[in-house]
Design a protein around this ligand. Structure first.
Ligand code: URA
Length: 452
């Protein structure tokens, strides 16, 4: 648990605490608690909170400050406890075409791990697990926390959306960060993610920290810094953590868009998925199996994870999950039932050569522009639109060959023309020489065990 500092006698004011952090000083646990309690009781205003967030964003926090911040956010709501059970969740820092949750969660459950997936909706250019699963009609992501707590030990796998009952101040603080340019703080991201994961009653967490032009962390140095902050915080709360730093400089798998990504996930669970998506899902699931104590090493966890795809048990878990939470399971065997936009427009290669890079952030934004994500919080998602890639970075292409297909509606022809040109001129770079190196999918795997 957190250590608490001795009460000092200097009177605290919001002003003095903001000033102290603005001047680059460390805040005591007591000061952070006093400030956040004041924010919860509305004695500290949004303007004062925003000023402190900006000071933190600029000057950072050390491990103790981050853990205190996390602790207060965590205990601002309910905290679940599944006692001795190995409850392991995975969190991804977000990317484009990242659909691993639908694959690794049933795999881990089939291996005996309890998987409490409390997932988010899309954020900016990055799609959200909850939006995607709703491409299957009837699937209920709004189970109550009581139902969630009953289902997890009984069935081993539950998938719901964020609930205001867990770490509720995170929602208020995140809303301020979103409009004050303070999302990009390693320590605030850590406190926001970890408080929600800890509140789910996890005993261990597998973190997929993405690095690249489609991720929030643009390079490995930034991703490592975030990974370290997450690890330090997990250990202070006596949780085991495995961090994978993974590539997000091209979409993961071949599809981007809600219905398309669910179909690709089902194919992957049935052993017919693209290599990069299968490999990453199995590595993450293998980490969950290892952290749960159900494998002696990460390697053995991966072997067990692969076996569940081969023997069909992972797909069975997925089917049971969909059925239990009200989804129409006929979609799993008949993909023609999914809403897919009626028009397919192919983007051709402008010359022959090798694909050297893709601007993955722009790819995510084009899916949003087609209606596959939200530009305003109240926008409705169009499950049917998206992109199917036929080529990956490093592959050889011939002039005129289709690089990808855009799935869209008739009324979007002008927009699609613009997107098409953007792909040809800016997004996908083709060179006549073969790239010397191809970025690996997984840069680093780090496991930290808590002492308890
Ligand atoms: N996701 C979260 O839940 N919180 C952050 O701060 C960033 C991403």
């Amino acid at each position: 648990m957190l250590s608490t500092s001795k009460r000092n006698n200097i009177p605290k004011t919001p002003y003095s605490i903001i000033q102290k952090k603005r001047n680059g000083k460390k805040l005591t646990p007591e000061e952070i608690r006093w400030f956040l309690d004041g924010f919860v009781s509305k004695q500290i205003t949004d303007a004062q909170m925003s000023a402190l967030l900006m000071a933190i964003c600029i000057n950072g926090m050390d491990g103790e400050e981050t853990a205190t911040f996390t602790d207060i956010m965590l205990y601002s709501g309910k905290v679940l406890d599944f006692k001795e059970q190995a409850v392991i969740d995975k969190h991804s820092t977000g990317g484009v075409g990242d659909k691993t949750s639908f694959i690794l969660a049933p795999i881990a459950a089939a291996c005996g791990v309890k998987v409490p997936m409390i997932a988010g909706r899309g954020l900016g250019h990055s799609g959200g697990t909850v939006d995607k699963i709703e491409a299957i009609p009837g699937f209920n992501t709004s189970l109550s926390l009581d139902e969630f707590s009953e289902y997890l030990p009984k069935y081993g796998l539950v998938l719901i959306g964020q609930t205001g009952e867990l770490a509720p101040i995170d929602k208020r603080i995140y809303a301020l960060r979103d409009v004050t340019a303070t999302v990009e703080s390693y320590e605030l991201i850590t406190a926001s993610i970890m408080s929600k994961k800890l509140a789910e009653g996890t005993s261990g967490i597998v973190m997929d920290v993405k690095a690249g032009n489609g991720a929030f962390m643009k390079n490995k140095t930034q991703a490592r810094k975030l990974a370290k902050s997450m690890e330090d915080t997990a250990l202070r709360f006596n949780k085991n953590i495995m961090t994978l730093i993974t590539d997000m400089s091209q979409p993961l798998g071949n599809t981007v868009g809600n219905s398309l990504e669910i179909i690709e996930s089902i194919e992957t669970l049935q052993g017919r998925g693209p290599k990069d998506l299968t490999d990453l899902s199995v590595q993450l699931a293998g980490g969950m199996v290892y952290l749960a104590g159900l494998a002696k090493s990460h390697k053995e966890g991966i072997k067990k994870a692969l076996a569940t795809i081969k023997n069909g048990s992972a797909f069975e878990e997925f089917k049971k999950l969909i059925k239990r939470q009200g989804g129409d399971i006929s979609y799993l065997s008949d993909f023609s039932k999914f809403k897919i936009a009626p028009i397919s427009t192919q983007v051709p290669a402008s010359k022959s050569g090798y694909i050297t890079s893709m601007d993955t952030y722009k790819i995510g934004m084009h899916c949003v522009n087609l209606g596959g994500g939200r530009r305003h919080p109240k926008d409705l998602i169009d499950f049917s639109v998206g992109l199917t890639f036929h080529k990956k970075v490093g592959q050889k292409v011939k002039k005129g060959e289709a690089l990808l297909t855009i799935h869209h509606h008739k009324k979007q022809l002008d927009l699609v023309q613009t997107i098409n040109q953007d792909f040809i001129n800016n997004i996908i770079k083709i060179s006549s020489t073969k790239p010397k190196t191809i970025t690996p999918l997984v840069f680093e795997v780090r496991t930290k065990w808590s002492k308890q």
